[in-house]
Design a protein around this ligand. Structure first.
Ligand SMILES: [Zn+2]
Length: 136
């Protein structure tokens, strides 16, 4: 699933949980739950698509900071984003540099739960609009 959805979901949970430990744990587990929902399967894993996803995520974070509903400390806000994308960062590091900084079975688990389909963008778009409703 695209990073922007994971970040939007993390910011959505930011508005629900007050305890940072519970929040970060919920966001981290939520990442895997989101990945298990059917989502977009790229035709080919290409670098440019990842870069576009990262750029859109940065723009999204900027808009959230300016127009969003949530107000929290910089550390909690940054932590929410960090834990929302952390599992994908492990995959990205493994994909780009072939460096496994976590146990290989955890990478395999993350890859195994993915339910990717060509039509999955419809679900991702619906999910994003649903989350945007709560975030702005
Ligand atoms: Zn993931």
């Amino acid at each position: 699933m695209h990073l922007i959805i994971h970040i939007a979901f993390g910011l959505f949970l930011l508005g629900i949980f007050n305890n940072p430990l519970v929040l970060f744990l919920a966001i981290f587990i939520g990442h895997f739950l989101l990945d298990s929902i059917p989502h977009y399967k790229p035709l080919k894993r290409i670098f440019i698509e990842t870069i576009i996803d990262i750029l859109l995520s940065i723009i999204f974070i900027f808009f959230y900071l300016v127009f969003g509903t949530g107000h929290s400390s910089v550390w909690i806000f940054s932590g929410a984003i960090f834990f929302a994308i952390l599992p994908d960062m492990f995959l990205l590091i493994d994909w780009l540099w072939k460096v496994k900084i976590i146990k290989p079975f955890m990478l395999d688990f993350h890859r195994k739960i993915q339910h990717e389909y060509q039509w999955g963008w419809i679900i991702e778009l619906g999910l994003l609009f649903y989350l945007l409703f709560f975030l702005f």
